[in-house]
Design a protein around this ligand. Structure first.
Ligand SMILES: [Fe+2]
Length: 342
């Protein structure tokens, strides 16, 4: 496996680049905006294809590089499901859901506490713990809907349940540490030596830390990485009502570009064919373009992936559903569930 840990000196943030091998699909976890050129150079040097970029939570101490990486590479942006995630990223993962980066498989773990949108990500013998578990510490719980009780549960009932040999890669370190293990943290991390949940809560609530310097800038910015609906509309977008009319007139082919696990989880619009986002350009290269009366409509989870697809396809007969299937469901329209997906 190709694995690289980047360090941002200003915010003491660790960013991770993961791929199976040279030339393969890659993902980045917790990128920092200012370091995007550096990540892109490494990706290029290793001939990698960046397919996903993940934030473990809405960060308060740095501006995330997810939208810049998305705009530069058309990759899928990803966070764990939360109140704000669907406006920020193009793909949400739920607790315990697995998704692929080439041959590698990541598993999302919902670990609220530092914030109410914190997730950790497990990959083979590594766990990316965000700000939930740090080396010799744990993430503060005093802002962004943090909650010390939730964090106790996330630590003791989720993260520390994994094997002692699993490697711990946090989102930050302020003392120059780079990696630890579950076993080492369990035995030595001062925050984990408590005898009860109440002791942990009391410990966390007595910290009285100053707010991060960039918090008032970083948090609002990090909630705005998504592609807004008005912008999605400008790129051959159609709304739910227009889509319904087109379906009734039987003049369209509907294409679902999401991943299998999303289709199984959220259902799909009837009579759509499945062409995963990564294959959409090839799909249109290999078919005859539609007759003037025939149109294609692409849809995804939030409309952000299909917006990116249309930026590349640039064909007046190819449209996309603004707001994705989330808007369709919110409008009270039906979805149906498959038993088999190819
Ligand atoms: Fe954080």
């Amino acid at each position: 496996m190709l694995f690289r840990q980047f360090f941002d000196i200003t915010s003491s943030t660790y960013t991770y680049l993961i791929a199976n091998k040279k030339g393969a699909e890659a993902c980045i976890i917790d990128p920092v905006l200012e370091n995007v050129p550096n990540y892109l150079k490494t990706i290029q040097d290793l001939d990698l294809k960046l397919v996903k970029v993940i934030d473990t939570h809405v960060h308060a101490d740095h501006v995330s590089g997810i939208s810049k990486l998305r705009d530069k590479t058309q990759c899928i942006t990803c966070m764990g499901k939360s109140q704000n995630a669907s406006e920020i990223v193009s793909m949400e993962v739920n607790d315990n859901e697995k998704f692929k980066i080439g041959d590698l498989e990541l598993r999302a773990l919902f670990t609220p506490g530092h914030t109410d949108d914190s997730y950790c990500f497990l990959l083979d013998d590594k766990i990316f713990t965000g700000d939930t578990l740090l080396i010799g510490g744990t993430g503060r719980t005093d802002f962004q809907n943090g909650n010390a009780e939730d964090q106790y549960n996330s630590l003791f009932n989720v993260i520390l349940k994994f094997d002692d040999r699993i490697l711990v890669y946090p989102a930050h370190d302020y003392k120059g540490e780079t990696v630890s293990t579950i076993g080492f943290e369990r035995k030595t991390n001062p925050r984990l030596q408590v005898k009860s949940k109440q002791e942990y809560v009391d410990l966390m609530n007595s910290l009285n830390l100053p707010n991060p310097k960039l918090m008032d800038i970083a948090v609002p910015k990090n909630k705005k990485h998504g592609v807004p609906l008005e912008i999605q509309m400008q790129s051959n977008g159609i709304n739910v009502q227009q889509l319904k009319t087109m379906i009734d007139q039987k003049v369209i082919k509907l294409i679902d570009v999401r991943e299998n696990f999303e289709i199984q989880r959220d259902g799909s619009i009837e009579n759509s064919i499945h062409v995963p986002y990564a294959q959409i350009e090839n799909f249109f290269k290999n078919i005859e373009l539609p007759q003037p009366s025939e149109k294609f409509v692409l849809y995804c989870h939030t409309g952000q992936r299909t917006y990116l697809a249309l930026q590349k396809l640039k064909n007046g007969n190819i449209h996309h559903l603004v707001g994705g299937i989330l808007n369709w469901i919110e409008a009270g329209e039906k979805v149906h569930y498959h038993h088999h997906i190819n």
